[in-house]
Design a protein around this ligand. Structure first.
Ligand SMILES: C[S@@+](CC[C@H](N)C(=O)[O-])C[C@H]1O[C@@H](n2cnc3c(N)ncnc32)[C@H](O)[C@@H]1O
Length: 321
């Protein structure tokens, strides 16, 4: 309860207690009851604190609470909607597909992230020029002839086409991507290279256009970081995998949590940075989806910015499910 005070508080020596109502009245040019009334509201809201010394009440900002409110406001203001993020990602990769460019450098970057010259030699420039991965999940997936492989966010088709060569004519490789220009480009490349055991589907990996328990292996390369609802994407991967099936995902993760202001940058989302989450959290989401034996099987630094790195994670859908 705030006590209205008279205007003789100057008798009290100034100290760090704050201001009395008459100090405030002087510069806001409002009556003392009005100022007292509003200070009482601010105090009830937790933004100011008061202290009564003798007859006088002194007011101060409640610093810890104000800091907390500012932090919360900053988070809220920088939060983008999932729709905005998706749109920015789609536009970015749509442009890259049309221009035949990669977000991550020239074809030389593919060797740096783990593709062998032998693998690259089997593909065309149309495929390699838009390759935008951050690892080589195919090299670690131990694919066998006859298996069905699904690539989440297949882009220009690099991993689908490599998988198709490994699983052979009895097997099949399917790519799903939400960016139409990428899907069209991948389909055209597959046709030109004469692949008959591949399929590229337009769709979102959070609601895969693929039947339950229908694939042996789910792979993905630098895509889940672009997805705001990562748990949904992993639960879809789980749904479409056959019991005992495996997940091999290369992605960008962070050491430690990212500052929130970064999360509000759409360009940083499209460039695989803002949506990257802490490595521990990434593994936790996969485990909580129901996968078992979740482990990082490869990791490598990325040139910049500091704090980010690339991992390849392997996990299994339990055989009994
Ligand atoms: C960084 S690129 C990687 C492409 C490919 N995996 C590669 O290694 O070249 C990301 C791709 O994921 C696709 N993508 C992003 N979010 C997606 C989502 N929610 N559903 C389907 N595709 C998505 C984009 O359209 C883009 O083609």
């Amino acid at each position: 309860m705030v006590t209205s005070v008279g205007c003789s508080c100057t008798e009290v020596p100034p100290d760090e207690l704050g201001m009395c109502v008459c100090d405030v009245v002087e510069f806001v040019k409002l009556s003392q009851p009005t100022v007292s009334h509003h200070l009482a509201i601010l105090e009830r809201a937790g933004l100011v604190q008061s202290k009564k010394i003798g007859r006088w009440v002194y007011y101060q900002r409640n610093e810890p609470f104000i800091k907390q409110v500012c932090k919360q406001l900053q988070t809220t203001l920088t939060m983008l909607s999932n729709k905005e993020i998706k749109q920015a990602v789609q536009e970015h990769y749509g442009q890259l597909a049309q221009q035949g460019r990669s977000c991550c450098g020239d074809a030389g970057h593919l060797e740096l992230i783990g593709y062998s010259q032998e693998e690259l030699a089997k593909l065309s420039d149309e495929v390699l020029s838009v390759g935008a991965g951050c690892g080589n999940p195919i090299a670690l997936a131990e694919l066998r002839e006859g298996e069905i492989v699904l690539d989440l966010g297949s882009g220009g088709g690099i991993d689908v086409l490599l998988a198709a060569q490994k699983v052979g004519p009895r097997g099949r490789a399917i790519g799903v991507d939400m960016t139409e220009a990428m899907v069209e480009r991948a389909r055209a490349s597959a046709k030109k290279l004469g692949f008959t055991n591949v399929e590229f589907l337009l769709g979102e990996i959070e609601s895969l256009p693929v039947a339950d328990a229908s694939v042996d292996v789910v792979i993905s390369n630098c895509v889940i970081n672009l997805v705001p609802d990562k748990a949904k994407a992993f639960s879809e991967a789980f749904r479409v995998l056959k019991p005992g099936g495996r997940l091999i995902v290369s992605d960008i993760v962070t050491h430690g949590k990212l500052a929130n202001f970064f999360k509000g940058d759409l360009t940083a989302w499209a460039n695989c940075l803002a949506g990257a989450i802490e490595d521990k959290e990434y593994l936790k989401i996969i485990s909580e989806t129901g996968f078992e034996h979740v482990e990082i099987i490869a990791h490598s630094p990325i040139p910049k910015p500091a704090g980010f790195y690339s991992v390849t994670v392997r996990a299994f859908k339990p055989a009994g499910l």
